[in-house]
Write a protein that binds this ligand. Structure first.
Ligand code: ADP
Ligand code: MG
Length: 594
């Protein structure tokens, strides 16, 4: 085989393959161009899931007649002039690849009229070749129609999924853009049916309502790095290392779901960097870390976060699709995101209330960052809807919002739930979940101090295990030792249990250990939990008091008192609620007193 240079049209198709993977890639590139052109309204229409027909119409600046042909040349762009510009990119496009790539693998018709020009232009391109250009009347803006996508690239056509799946990708894309650009009115017409329309009010909250529905949107918590930065100022270590300046240069705004509102997929974790929709593991990891144990294993939050940072602090020229970025200081980004999300979560984790059909008034309106502060004091005890107790030195009003008030234990229901009274009504506490939380924090604190209190067993207990349990125990021996389970091999399939964590009060420590091993072995696949977090949740789940166990009043008081002292009393380490609340206002309404 001799070496030869590929013909232009083949080279163009290869290059196109990097930019245009599926119909949604076409829509993305065309929307990017429309946004760069200053569009206020972007209408997308598709047929047959996209491969047959995609049309994107915008009311942006349009393309001057004299430049229409050039726009389809490879590496033709109006957005970049020099290498230096690469590090100061403020537009979504800059590589000059989208239009030629789309044109190389489909049939394109462009109709455009530039601002200030009398008449518009129509240009038709087929498989990369210009077929016709002529003057045509048109509204200001650009309408691009893409038909028979990949007709000339049958191999690619085979990789496409069903029309419904491809249309789904396009809908997801438009949803994400509607959230990132709330000031733009987006619409999607799928096979002649209006599938989506964003309000274009300029408020991210309004876009969230459209995308996720009003119920979900109302539960979302608004975040803003302004909220978290006072904490950052106290962080002298990061100040000394000079990192603070960079962390503060990253502004994080958006909405996150409370831990109780979650999904089985990470698809609803949307991240934007300078309004560019990106897939980014650093940001994703920072968010998951911020939720920490508040999130149930295998679940992901709903998140829409926009990171604003100086253009030269982020490299967007990483991949032809521009959906990945590289940060100059990724740990600063990680810290800023984690801190912001964490601050919002610890301030807002609400106790689920029974019987409240209307969301509280603060949730009905999007909260501006300036108002967020007041949302943090939500859990001030209230006597009724109207009266708020706020005497100046009142202790309860000073509690951080994540805390719970002092509770008076009244009794137990179904040997599973503790009934307690607080200043604002009735609390039902799940004894197992509450105990898990208490144990989790106690063990964590002991381990952080490298001092896990252990208890020697008077009679070292032999453990006979199945081969699977044996393997699981063997693999986790060091980890278990770190939480206080001292285990030694005793020949064959047998281990000897010598010490247990002091927090373990069970009468049969061996059964507890076997339960932990089983839990570790068959536990649901965690999302991004470290092996350590997994171990801790298994241990706490296995040794916590179970539902169905009768507790004395004394034991219940002790448990509730210790729960009050934890840092996150409202959720168990898996993220389930530890308590629900029936406040006085609800009682009064239910009894018809109001
Ligand atoms: P890039 O966006 O990277 O510059 P494209 O191939 O996507 O490259 O577009 C080439 C050029 O065509 C753009 O730089 C822009 O000047 C022009 N253009 C494309 N789409 C539009 C549009 N919808 N409105 C106005 N100008 C457009
Ligand atoms: Mg472009």
């Amino acid at each position: 085989m001799t070496i030869h240079i590929l013909p232009d049209d083949l080279a163009a198709k290869i290059a196109a393959g990097e930019v245009i993977e599926r119909p949604a890639s076409v829509v993305k590139e065309l929307i990017d161009n429309a946004i760069d052109a200053g569009a206020r309204e972007i209408k997308v229409e598709i047929r047959g899931g996209g491969p047959r027909f995609i049309r994107v119409a915008d009311d942006g600046s349009g393309i001057p007649a004299s430049e229409v042909e050039t726009a389809f040349a490879r590496h033709a762009t109006s957005k970049l002039h020099s290498v230096d510009d690469l590090f100061a990119i403020t537009t979504l496009g800059f590589r000059g690849e989208a239009l030629p790539s789309i044109a190389a693998v489909s049939r394109v018709t462009l109709v455009t009229r530039a601002r200030g020009e009398e008449s518009g232009t129509q240009l038709r391109v087929d498989g990369g070749k210009i077929i016709e250009q002529r003057a045509q009347g048109a509204p200001q803006g650009t309408i691009i129609t893409v038909e028979d996508l990949f007709r000339h690239v049958p191999a690619r056509l085979k990789f496409l999924k069903t029309p419904a799946t491809e249309a789904g990708h396009i809908a997801d894309l438009i949803n994400a853009y509607a959230i990132a650009y709330p000031q733009i009115r987006f619409s999607l017409v799928n096979d002649d049916r209006l599938a989506f329309q964003s309000p274009g009010t300029g408020k991210m909250f309004d876009a969230l309502v459209k995308v996720f529905g009003i119920e979900v949107a109302h539960q979302m918590i608004q975040v803003s790095s302004a909220m978290a930065s006072s904490e950052a100022a106290n962080d002298s270590a990061s100040f000394r290392s000079g990192r603070l300046a960079m962390t503060n240069a990253v502004q994080v705004t958006g909405f996150i779901s409370p831990p109780s509102l979650n999904r089985a997929t990470r698809k609803y974790m949307l991240f934007f960097v300078n309004h560019r929709w990106v897939q980014d593991r650093t940001i994703q990891h920072a968010v998951i870390e911020a939720y920490h144990t508040a999130l149930m294993v295998g679940r992901a939050p709903i998140v829409a976060l926009d990171l604003l940072l100086p253009p030269d602090a982020v490299d967007v020229n990483v991949h032809p699709t521009k959906s990945q970025v590289r940060f100059r200081d990724s740990s600063a980004v990680f810290n800023a995101v984690q801190r912001t999300v964490r601050a919002a979560l610890t301030g807002n984790a609400p106790i689920p209330s029974i019987g409240i059909t209307q969301p509280p008034s603060w949730q009905r309106e999007p909260i501006s960052p300036a108002q967020t502060q007041s949302a943090l004091n939500l859990y001030r005890p209230t006597l009724s809807n109207e009266t708020t107790i706020q005497p100046p030195g009142d202790q309860t009003t000073r509690l951080p919002a994540a805390q719970i008030p002092m509770l008076r234990v009244l009794g137990q229901i179904a040997s599973t739930y503790i009934i307690a009274e607080g200043p604002d009504g009735l609390y039902l506490i799940d004894q197992h979940a509450a105990h898990e939380r208490v144990l989790y924090e106690q063990l964590s604190a002991e381990r952080a101090g490298a001092q896990v209190a252990v208890q020697e067993l008077l009679d070292p207990a032999p453990l006979q295990l199945t081969p699977a349990q044996f393997a699981a125990l063997e693999a986790n021996r060091a980890a278990l030792a770190s939480v206080g389970f001292g285990i030694e091999p005793f020949g064959g399939q047998t281990f000897l249990l010598r010490t247990v964590p002091a927090v373990l009060k069970a009468s049969d420590p061996r059964a507890a250990l076997v339960a932990i091993v089983d839990e570790m072995e068959q536990g649901e696949e965690p999302l991004e939990k470290s092996a350590d977090a997994r171990l801790m949740t298994s241990v706490c789940k296995s040794i916590a008091v179970k539902g169905g166990q009768v507790l004395s009043l004394e034991e219940m008081r002790e448990l509730v008192r210790r729960l009050e002292q934890t840092a996150a009393p409202r959720t168990c380490p898996h993220g389930r609620p530890t308590m629900i609340q029936l406040n006085v206002a609800t009682l009064e309404r239910e009894f018809g007193r109001k």
